[in-house]
Design a protein around this ligand. Structure first.
Ligand code: BMA
Length: 851
């Protein structure tokens, strides 16, 4: 039974109340405000007009007072169930953010201090027939963390976060504002069980062999009635029909156990099942992500007492850390097939994640799939995601790299209470997520090992590496016990001489954007090169990493997104309001990267265009390089997919779900079958490559064509191509001068396409944008409202055609594309939630439009 109705909320000052009085059923909360549960305090205040939208202007500063207060939630709910002998009732909070104390009918049930895990309380005797009063008090973080907050140990962006098992980026990050939320952020429910309850289930594929899949299922049962015989019916179902079932005896006693609330004896059972004619789960690019349903029904003397259901895919995932020749590698194999991991880093979808409709998760993950991403990394400074995230990744065939939630800091592993809490967290999270088919890897943290060692070598941190015990002792030991089916990777980046070494393990390329000088080795200071060349995306070509798990650069949010959140009079390039959108303190980095490629923007329009083009071309340059470098490089996850607020950041999709240019580029450069030109502006030669990441040989004809700005074809050639499964081949080395036919490099555009129409046409240019000589183009759009299409034409080569409509979550079939005169593009557009499109707000431009 869910408890989600009639919640009320009120703030108090510290020490203002007698807690038991406020928690008591007779307390008068008549004038409190109504609150949504699940939800959070800020969203509730905004809903009632008590704070202004924290994302608009500088409003985040105006609502800093929220985190200073004590917040109380109260509700009265009706309970009508009878209690049958042998039954116990638990009150379960799936998520409390963060320092909470729960009271039922005036009785204090206990306190919590971790937003990442569920807490349950046994309430068999406290629950009453009829009305029940449930109250939850949230203490301010600073109050509970107290003097520890002024710890002198290194912690990026804020000090108190390391003591607080809460979304670390709530305290502000280099892409998001400080908004320290509080509240009941996940569901609250009562759960009644008889004799026993399922503590956990663990299911994994252990072997695949000639159409057969061998799966192992084990489970733990928390039992308080021992005079029963327990067993479980295990069923694997496909489209509702049972494919295979098995009875699992549950008998191996593990002794006393408590789930934190209910006490009893833990019983354990394990069984294997062989599935014939197994339909395997593949990532969407390698096959079909087929899912069975795993259903476990617990029986006590043949009476069904508990059940567990989970979509379950038959698949083997393995991370190989050396190749056929024994050289270091970092390659995922799915069902024995080498995977080049293509994707992005995922940050929390919102500063107020509790109130986000599931639809938004669905849209973002579908967009990732449409951009041919086969892996998302849940980054360690946010949250273990909501179930909908993993549901969608399972369903759509996207692998998940899962960090544990520790990032860019030293953590107090010398403190026993803290370590006890971390241990519970790791155990619970592992049990919650280990049956997820999409989950490919556990990773201990984000950048702690690397940054500690580098800062220590710089002399900036004299202390020991606090936190080391978490990811080098606690996690590996727990995962050894709880999940044998995946690699545990201590940190990202990790491996080699310098944790960010490109020779071993994964690495983060923050040479581009943050200017880090690479390579370095242990003990050397980490130095920066803040020059135009030092920050340039052309540095990617020096990177021969085994696996690039972070790299990227900023681009502006779409104009619509800025307009909604920056006061009109301040929507000017260089204004303080615009600067406030960017939370990366060194503003010059973006300017210098643009200076190298597009030139420095003079106004907002140029900033939007230049930053978007630089990000798109920069990611394309880097990712095509990494892909050509396979199999030595086996993955490219750029930083970052999404935004938690309407800012300017590394994201390729802005807060309102509107893609930046780089998203549409990603749909092209991540295509599993890619024609790519290895070329850096200024080179005299171009190497053409064909890449195939699919499981079958790819045979086609590749076309290269060169046009002048009027759209006249200057050069055209084609090559018969045959690339083996998961292979690559060089097609031809071309001389630039042969392509030019007497024109200057600044006057031509080159295109690449497959004769079969596979993938999309790719454009490339022989010079940086700022060196090119485009002619003023007249781009035109014709709308067909019935068909929901826009047809675009131009009279000169149009660079980065930008279609805009003032609406959120608009899905353009393509956007930010280049167009050659004589050809036209018809682009379908839909609003993700089916809203009517305001066609009257349509605008079209290209970077070289006639203004
Ligand atoms: C890496 C990430 C994040 C950060 C990003 C951009 O350090 O792990 O912590 O937001 O780079 O600076």
């Amino acid at each position: 039974m869910r408890i989600q109705e009639h919640w009320k909320l009120r703030d108090f000052d510290l020490g203002e109340t007698n807690d038991l009085e406020v928690a008591a059923p007779q307390y008068d909360d008549y004038f409190w405000m109504a609150a949504e549960v699940p939800g959070d305090v800020h969203s509730t205040l905004k809903e009632h007009g008590l704070i202004e939208d924290p994302f608009f202007g500088h409003n985040d500063q105006k609502c800093r007072w929220v985190e200073e207060k004590v917040w109380w939630y109260r509700t009265v709910f009706q309970y009508s169930g009878d209690l049958i002998p042998g039954e116990k009732i638990a009150l379960i909070f799936e998520g409390l953010d963060t320092f909470a104390t729960a009271y039922l009918n005036g009785v204090e049930l206990g306190s919590t201090e971790n937003m990442f895990i569920a807490f349950s309380f046994e309430v068999t005797r406290e629950l009453q027939a009829g009305a029940n009063t449930l109250a939850v008090k949230f203490d301010p973080v600073h109050y509970r963390v107290g003097s520890q907050a002024v710890s002198s140990y290194w912690s990026g962006y804020s000090k108190e976060r390391v003591w607080t098992r809460k979304n670390q980026s709530h305290f502000g990050w280099d892409w998001g504002p400080r908004l320290v939320t509080a509240g009941i952020w996940k569901e609250v429910r009562l759960e009644k069980r008889r004799y026993a309850k399922l503590d956990n289930v663990y299911a994994r594929t252990v072997n695949l062999n000639e159409g057969q899949a061998d799966i192992e299922i084990s489970m733990d049962l928390l039992v308080w009635e021992r005079n029963k015989t327990y067993k479980a019916l295990i069923e694997l179902k496909a489209e509702g029909e049972t494919v295979k079932n098995s009875i699992l005896p549950i008998e191996m006693s593990q002794g006393f156990h408590s789930d934190g609330a209910i006490m009893g004896t833990l019983l354990h059972g394990t069984t294997n099942m062989v599935i014939e004619e197994a339909k395997l789960w593949w990532t969407h690019d390698l096959g079909t992500p087929y899912l069975y349903d795993l259903v476990v029904t617990v029986l006590a003397d043949d009476e069904a007492i508990d059940t567990y259901k989970q979509p379950f895919g038959l698949r083997l995932i393995e991370l190989k850390q050396s190749d056929e020749n024994g050289e270091p590698a970092f390659t995922f194999f799915l069902n024995g097939v080498k995977v080049f991991a293509k994707g992005a880093n995922w940050i929390p979808i919102d500063s107020f994640v509790a109130t986000v409709p599931e639809q938004r998760y669905k849209h973002l993950i579908a967009m990732s799939k449409d951009a041919h991403m086969n892996m998302l990394r849940v980054w360690g400074g946010g949250i273990y995601e909501r179930d909908i995230f993993y549901d969608e990744c399972d369903r759509l065939g996207i692998l998940v790299w899962q960090d544990f939630m520790f990032a860019c800091a030293l953590y107090p592993d010398y403190n026993r209470n803290f370590m006890d809490m971390v241990r519970r967290e790791v155990e619970q999270v592992t049990k919650r997520l280990r049956n997820r088919t999409c989950l490919a890897l556990w990773c201990g943290n984000n950048e702690n090992d690397w940054l500690y060692e580098a800062l220590h070598s710089n002399g900036a941190i004299p202390h020991p590496y606090y936190g080391e015990k978490i990811n080098h002792e606690l996690m590996p030991a727990l995962l050894q016990q709880l999940d044998l089916s995946r690699t545990f990777w201590p940190s990202s980046p990790y491996g080699g001489n310098d944790h960010n070494s490109r020779q071993v393990g994964d690495s983060h390329n923050w040479q581009v954007w943050h200017g880090n000088r690479e390579p370095r080795i242990f003990g050397e200071p980490q130095v920066q090169d803040y020059s135009v060349e030092g920050l340039s995306f052309k540095k990617f070509k020096e990177d021969d990493t085994k696996f690039a798990s972070e790299f990227g650069m900023h681009a502006s949010a779409n104009r619509y997104t800025l307009q909604r959140n920056v006061p009109d009079s301040k929507l000017i390039w260089g204004s303080k309001e615009m600067m406030n959108r960017n939370k990366d303190i060194n503003h010059l980095k973006g300017m210098m990267i643009m200076e190298g490629y597009t030139g420095v923007p003079a106004d907002l329009e140029e900033y939007i265009n230049y930053s978007m083009l630089t990000q798109a071309e920069g990611l394309k340059y880097g990712i095509e390089h990494y892909r050509r470098h396979k199999p030595e490089t086996s993955g490219a996850l750029f930083w970052q997919l999404n935004d938690c607020w309407p800012g300017t950041s590394w994201s390729v999709i802005d807060y309102y779900g509107l893609p930046k240019a780089a998203y549409h580029y990603a749909r092209k450069f991540f295509h599993p079958v890619l024609l790519t030109a290895e070329y850096t502006p200024g080179d005299q030669e171009i190497m053409l490559w064909a890449l195939n990441d699919t499981r079958v040989r790819f045979v086609d004809t590749a076309h290269l064509e060169v046009f002048n700005m009027l759209g006249q074809s200057l050069f055209h050639t084609s090559y018969a191509v045959s690339v083996e499964a998961v292979g690559k081949c060089q097609l031809v080395l071309l001389k630039v001068e042969d392509l030019l036919q007497g024109y200057a490099a600044s006057e031509v555009v080159c295109t690449l396409r497959w004769a079969s129409g596979t993938g999309e046409e790719q454009f490339f240019y022989l010079l940086d944008y700022k060196e090119m000589q485009y002619e003023p183009a007249h781009v035109e759009a014709t709308v067909n409202e019935a068909e929901q299409t826009v047809t675009v034409t131009t009279d000169r080569v149009a660079r980065m055609v930008r279609l805009e409509i003032a609406q959120e979550w608009l899905q353009w079939e393509d956007n930010f594309f280049d167009l050659i005169p004589g050809s036209s593009r018809t682009i379908r557009v839909k609003q993700a939630d089916g809203q009517t499109i305001p066609w009257n707000t349509l605008s079209i431009s290209a970077m070289n439009s006639q203004r």
